[in-house]
Each structure stands twice: as structure tokens, then as C-alpha cells.
Design a protein around this ligand. Sequence first.
Ligand code: MN
Length: 257
Amino acid sequence: MKIARFSREGAIAFGILDEDEREWVVLAGDPMYAGFDTTGERVKVTDAPLLAPVLPRSKVIGIGRNYREHAEEMGADAPEAPLMFLKPNTAVIGPNDAIVLPPQSERVEHEGELVVVIGRIGKDIAEESALDYVFGYTVGNDVTARDLQRADGQWARGKGFDTFCPLGPVIETEFDAASATIETRVNGEQRQSGRISDLIHGIPHLIAYASSVWTLLPGDVIMTGTPAGVGPLVAGDRVEVTVSGIGTLSNPVRAKA
Ligand code: MN
């Protein structure tokens, strides 16, 4: 089931994609909290500008160097335990919102990633039951000011600018991580391509590990890491990240006005 959050007549609504993929079946509330009761209304997909499918309540958890070939291109070892960082929820934007290049950086890069959306409160979650805490999966771009990330020695600034966390287009609740692929394109040209099964630390381990540190809340998200092929974004680019079975997250890039 594909769930979208969209704007409609000046308000925010949630919908599930109908079988013919042409209409959203409008939900009575946020399905994460209010279930899947419908209002009986339908909205054409073409009439509903999509918003980020989830607004993380408390945190966006990022995972560094979680694909071996990406660790190699960064000139670093793949970490033995998940290398976690946080992005602020103010960085989140939705499909087609612009990634704004900050004047402080001369090197902003894309990182296409699979994103896990947490649906239940959890702490010290066992790996065996970790998937019970997943509401669904979406696509993300862990946009990074690489020069500032390196200069600071920690990542709060380099990965935390407003607009540096595009999420969308939808949340897929029935995602098969074992067979899924991920691809990032800039202006139509492939930059990154990988298989989700190549994650060094898999999804249950990431959930268990993160929850050993932080209480996970519904709406928190875990960006699972990026495959090899990260590269620069410049004003005027359009960056697209596709995860098979979920969809394509597309964002333009512009300079700060
Ligand atoms: Mn990343």
C-alpha cells in the first residue's frame, strides 16, 4: 500500500493509492495515528501536490558509510558498528521542493537512500522484533555539504541545512528490501546504483542499535546509508532518487536567493 501526504484545498490530507494508480483514496486522518478509515472522497493524483510523506517528530537518524563501495570512495573503512548521526527535522522537504545550496559551502553532494519510517514507540528493541516497529519505507536524499562535513569533523552543519533532507514521494508499507534496487540520477544521468541487500548493517540491526541509544517515536525515520557514486549538485540541476517498489523522489537544486 502506498500512502501519500498532500495538500488539498489549503489543508493537509493523507491518501492511499488506488489500484489503477490514478487516484488517492482520502483518509480521515494521519494513518500512523488514526488508522485507515476513509472519508469516501477521491482525489486525482494529478490534482494533489505531494508533501513529504512524514514529518519526523523528533529525529532523522542517518547512517554513515553503510555500503562497502561508498566507504571506499570516501577513503575510509566501513564502520564495525553503525555510524549514526542526526539531521534536524527542519531539513525535511517534500517531492519537487528545491534543495537550496548554502553560500557557506562550495561542494554540496547528493546521497540517495532508502528510508525506514518508524510507526511505534520503542526503546531497546530486539533485532528479532525490529520490523514490528516499521510503519513503512520511503526514499530520501541525505544532502551533504561535503567540504563543511570534513572541515567540522562532525556532521551537524554539513548535513543539517534547511532543505538537506528531501523525503518521498510516498510511504510503501509492503516493501521487499531483499530484492530492491536504488538509483540516483542528476539531470537524467545515472550517478548512483546499488542493491539494498548490500547494506552492511541491515534494517533490523539499525533499528535495534538506534533504539539502544534513543527512544524511537512514531514518525522518526532512519536513513539507511548511500551506495557508491556520490557527487556534486549545482544550481539548475534536478536530482532523482528511485527505490524500486516505492517510487522516485525528484527535487530541483537552486542557489540561495
Ligand atoms: Mn548518508
